[in-house]
Write a protein that binds this ligand. Structure first.
Ligand code: ZN
Length: 150
């Protein structure tokens, strides 16, 4: 059995960095099959004027560019919040192996609630999904961010 190393701490650091930029604090990390981090990012929708610039999309784009491929089989993705339907669809299209997410997102999540993308019959690739790792810290970062904006 290979040793499991969580990269959620790095994703949480990206979420905090996003908050300081005034972005919704969500962070993601993409890990190659050999275990090294190939991309890490926080949301940049405001900075880039791009509604698709979610953390997951940014790391998938960078990972695909580095791999020279539209698919990332064997790659694992860590994200601090349950992916939305757009990101879940991109994760499936990229053939990501495993998704680890921290906090659940009852408002905009698309994995365990809402459209449940990975359970949909049209979903051609279903990653392994592990939730809850670092959820307390991820929820706190989100709470602090939205409390400060009220
Ligand atoms: Zn998303």
């Amino acid at each position: 059995m290979t040793r499991f190393k969580s990269h959620m701490d790095t994703a949480l650091a990206e979420a905090s960095a996003a908050a300081t930029r005034g972005e919704v604090p969500v962070g993601a990390v993409l890990v190659a099959p050999d275990g090294h981090v190939v991309a890490q990012a926080g949301n940049r929708t405001r900075e880039l004027n791009d509604p698709t610039a979610h953390a997951e999309i940014l790391v998938i784009r960078e990972g695909c560019t580095r791999a020279g491929s539209e698919r990332l089989p064997g790659y694992d993705l860590y994200v601090t919040l349950e992916p939305c339907p757009m990101c879940a669809t991109a994760i499936s299209a990229a053939r990501i192996r495993r998704v680890y997410y921290a906090a659940a997102d009852p408002k905009s999540g698309g994995v365990a609630q809402g459209p449940r993308i990975f359970s949909h019959p049209q979903c051609h690739h279903v990653p392994e999904v592990y939730d809850g790792i670092g959820a307390g810290e991820a929820e706190q970062i989100l709470r602090d961010f939205f409390a400060a904006r009220r």
